[in-house]
Ligand binder design. Sequence first.
Ligand code: SF4
Length: 323
Amino acid sequence: MTTVSVDSEYAFELALCSHLEERRDWVLGRQLGASVADPGARVVDVCAVEPGPEFDRRAAITSETIPPRAVESDVGPGRAVDPVDAFDCSPDVARRAADRAAEVGFFESERRGSRRHVRATTRYPDWIGRLIGVENKPDLGRPGDLERQLRRDVALGLFDVVVLATESYVTGAHLNRIPDSVGVWRFSGDELTVIREPTPLAPGAPGIEPLADRPLRTDVAVVSAAAKARKRRAVAERAYGKGWRPDAYPGCASMCPTDEGLPYCAAFDRVVHPGRDCGESCSAFEAADPPAVDRAALRDGRTPWVADPEGVARRQTGLDRFS
Ligand code: SF4
């Protein structure tokens, strides 16, 4: 692995993902929604999915995210049904979700007169083992909202374990300020030291989600075990489809991605954020062809994720598409 400077939270996060990818049998995604009652209120830095018993069956379906709504719908592998009747949402949303599920090969469609019906190409597999939520805070001297975020994660218990990753030297005072069940890793860019092991949470039980802090009170929502299970599946699916590498690398002469796919900039001698740092407004920008990075091949070679599975659609109906 190439050692890179981790002098920004983004660089730290990517270096950590690359390190974990190389050493653990995990599927990683970054920046994923991790709240249930108040969607969007909490975004976890990194979610790691430990493969469950039917991981290979999941990997065989598609390299992309299977829409969670499609998994939750009443569409199964048996009789084909009208998606509008089988989804618990508006007809338009149902059609879009079913369309996407067909695109990724989890549904196949057939015509019944003027209507399209869908069935699942396979039973949804039991592929999600443990979910590990990682919050990155390279500099504990600037903790921001860290303590509150971790308390929230522990109270909700969406993940099996939660870990704080930092580059800082971790003192007893730091440890006292974060919940006991949160694990702590010290990560320097090429070396990870476990300072404290996490204590397992209870994702199978109801959780408490803080909603909004007001003076002298915090509103909370009780989140059922079933709602947590749905969210866990959605987070895992998103992590599976999204991964952690940048979507694109800038067409700049200084962009020299590392062997692991980190967007390293030679002009500034560090990993940069392509979406934030790069472009014509950058003082050192020099137009060039974007570097060729085969992100899928990198991910496929280093993780259990499969870039180009054959799919499980039955040929006779699998080519049908929604209008
Ligand atoms: S645009 Fe700027 S930050 Fe981005 S690679 Fe080029 S020189 Fe580096």
